[in-house]
Design a binder for this molecule. Structure first.
Ligand code: PFF
Length: 450
């Protein structure tokens, strides 16, 4: 079993690890992205493929990634270097850490811009701008925000400062304190919204949209999006959850803990979908509206609800918080590596990474307005960054993790580490890493890219 020390600190309990990992997993991916990609990819059949990807590939790879982190107890780059050396494998395996750190940095750059939308909506909600708003005007407010690079930059800047501020303070002082309060409140609010959607006239239609499986709507690209999103939503394949695993107490069962985290993450996504689609249908909106879906629909619901100003404000505060706790984990692998490699303070590392990601984020800001015509492969800068990281880099990272743990790490060592009590389940997990996950990921990537 792994040692019980990391230079960056340790989570104080299993419960805190669950909160932190859930804080990383639950974010814009669940509340903003899952509903709109479900809308763009035709609904039920996509949801089914996504759920299969989570359970068959996501959870086993997540257990593997966290185990690597806990065995290495360092930043993902150094963890992979050390473990590869110990296992007598090529030092090239540290590329898992490298590619992950780069992917995390790229995602952070655009994640911060979208999280900025949530900050901006918090203020709009609190000012009562959405009271009794029509679908048309709600769309207009969103359009106006995207058309305004200055506004977007201000919110992007604010979010980046918040994020790196916590990262600079480190595991115990920064991350734990923030997450402890936020996650439980987010769940409560989602329940309230779900209750509202349940009573709305569009509930039946929204429900069928999410759970009627019409396979004719499924394309190879949507399968690729579903797989990529399974990785994105579980914070998988880039070392974020590996970095968090490095701070996990040695006596906790990784497998049981991860199953809880994956369950909570999926529950939030499904609840967000069930809250949003009924409003989409009740108001004659398009489920395939794209990245604006959340921001155009929920304000309409809050606008009609009694107490909507308060609930709406709370909701966007919580979305911002969920994004915050995820963004922190995006920065963690690369910041931890800077600290180890250059012996610099966490604060300096956070400033350097934060500033660079902020600068790159401006490209995403402009892709919604002044650069909206700048396209490569028919994609804007934002679309391209999102596609490259989510649909390619994360699954590739997951593939390498599965192969490394399945083929390079000793079976006994893994058995002692992961905490799967039943030998047959352990065998099944290992089989998945050795064969099932790699074959599935390669098949989806190859098909999707051709
Ligand atoms: N899981 C986060 C979300 O769903 O919003 C995003 C994310 C965080 C992706 C950390 C990857 C990661 F390493």
């Amino acid at each position: 079993m792994s040692s019980n020390a990391s230079m960056h600190g340790l989570w104080q309990s299993r419960w805190l690890f669950i909160l932190a990992a859930t804080g990383s997993a639950v974010g814009l991916g669940n509340i903003w992205k899952f509903p709109y990609i479900t809308g763009e990819n035709g609904g039920g059949a996509f949801v089914l493929v996504y759920l299969l990807c989570i359970s068959i590939i996501g959870i086993p790879v997540m257990i593997a990634e966290v185990s690597l982190g806990r065995m290495g107890r360092q930043s993902p780059i150094n963890t992979m270097k050390a473990l590869a050396q110990k296992a007598g494998a090529s030092p090239l395996w540290s590329s898992i850490g490298w590619m992950g750190a780069i992917a995390g940095f790229l995602i952070l750059s655009f994640y911060s811009v979208i999280a900025g939308w949530a900050l901006s909506y918090t203020l709009d909600m609190a000012s009562g701008n959405f009271v009794n708003i029509s679908a048309e005007n709600s769309g207009k407010i969103f359009g106006d925000l995207l058309a305004n690079p200055t506004q977007l930059t201000i919110w992007h800047t604010a979010f980046m400062i918040l994020t790196l501020g916590v990262v600079a303070r480190g595991v115990n002082a920064g991350l734990e304190k923030a997450i402890k309060v936020l996650m439980p409140v987010l769940f409560i609010l989602l329940f309230i919204l779900f209750g509202y959607a349940l009573s709305s006239s569009g509930f039946g239609q929204g429900f069928s949209f999410m759970f009627d499986f019409d396979f004719s709507k499924l394309t190879t690209e949507s399968i690729m999006v579903a797989l990529g999103h399974a990785f994105f939503t579980l914070s998988l394949g880039l070392g974020a959850i590996m970095a968090y695993g490095a701070y996990m107490p040695a006596d906790t069962s990784i497998a049981k803990t991860i199953i809880i985290v994956a369950f909570l993450d999926t529950a939030v996504a499904i609840m967000a979908g069930l809250a949003i689609f009924p409003i989409v249908f009740a108001n004659g909106l398009e489920p395939s509206a794209g990245p604006g879906l959340l921001f155009q629909t929920l304000p309409i619901a809050f606008g009609q609800m009694s107490g909507g100003v308060i609930f709406g404000t709370m909701f966007f505060v919580l979305v911002s918080f969920a994004a915050w706790s995820s963004a922190i984990s995006l920065a963690e692998p690369i910041v931890a590596w800077f600290v180890e490699k250059f012996k610099m303070s966490r604060t300096l590392a956070a400033v350097i990474i934060g500033f660079s990601a902020w600068l790159l984020g401006l490209a995403t800001v402009f892709s919604f307005n002044i650069w909206s015509d700048v396209k490569m492969f028919d994609k804007t800068v934002f679309d391209l960054l999102d596609f490259l990281t989510t649909n390619i880099m994360l699954p590739l990272g997951g593939l390498l993790i599965a192969i490394f743990v399945g083929w390079k790490m000793s079976e006994t060592k893994m058995m002692n580490e992961v905490g799967i009590d039943y030998p047959i389940l352990f065998k099944l997990w290992r089989f998945t890493l050795r064969f099932l996950a790699p074959i599935a990921i390669i098949a989806v990537l190859v098909n999707g890219l051709i």
